[in-house]
Design a protein around this ligand. Sequence first.
Ligand SMILES: C[S@@+](CC[C@H](N)C(=O)[O-])C[C@H]1O[C@@H](n2cnc3c(N)ncnc32)[C@H](O)[C@@H]1O
Length: 264
Amino acid sequence: MGKFSRTEQLLANHWRLGCKLLWNQEELVAGLSAFMQENHIESVVDVSGGNGFPAIELRRKGWDIAYNDYNAFMKEQVEAQIKENDDFVASMPCTQVSWEYLDSVIVPGSYDMVICRGNSLPYAVSWSVNQICDPEKAKVIIQKALAQFFKVLRPGGVLLVDKSSFESAGIYVIQKEGVVDSKECHIHWVFVNDVQSGIRRWDQYNTVEKETTCLTVYSLLITEKMLVDWLTTAGFISVCPTSIQGENIYTVLTARKPLGILPD
Ligand SMILES: C[S@@+](CC[C@H](N)C(=O)[O-])C[C@H]1O[C@@H](n2cnc3c(N)ncnc32)[C@H](O)[C@@H]1O
């Protein structure tokens, strides 16, 4: 086996394809830019940067955005991609830490905005390792993560975090087809929400030019109430659902760090 497991590469590729089929990325980047302009944001960190969407596109538009992701495969792909761009994009700061250690690489109080999109929070302990999510461990890590997002924001700064909107449905299916990178593609994703165990199973069937690859990934089932409670406990105020142009699948929440909180 090479440096990265087959499953972690497959997951990165499956997610990249899904992102291209399910969202109009240009529109979403425009929506995020509009939100940032309205809120006078100057510096941003995307703490779950994934395949580089939307951080790279926002950087291309001139935003001072940094990238973080704990997955080495994701980060290496992004570093290779940004090298091919102009100096500003190529110099995007990229870090690789798990959320609960964010302040080991980011100075507290240094960003106007933290982005954590793509329904990333539920995978706090299960994205890289492809194992059944341990719900109790995930809850602790997610609450530590939110405390760290709070810490790296400047007073008055904004957190933008999104989540899947379908946790009340037992099983739901997302299907989409289209042409990506000149290839006929199709995704068939089945989500099974087990409210009893608090675990969400995601069965992925991705087809590219008639070749299908399958993968199952587990995550924590997070309700909006759980997330709002955790954000409030972390110290955030003005926690509310927010509409972002181009985000037609997930529920986006924004929250603010109160003014007058000094970095510790
Ligand atoms: C569903 S993907 C979303 C990626 C990207 N934000 C997007 O919108 O396409 C979730 C990402 O969160 C990252 N992630 C999950 N848990 C993490 C943690 N504890 N610390 C840092 N990154 C994490 C994963 O490595 C993965 O790249």
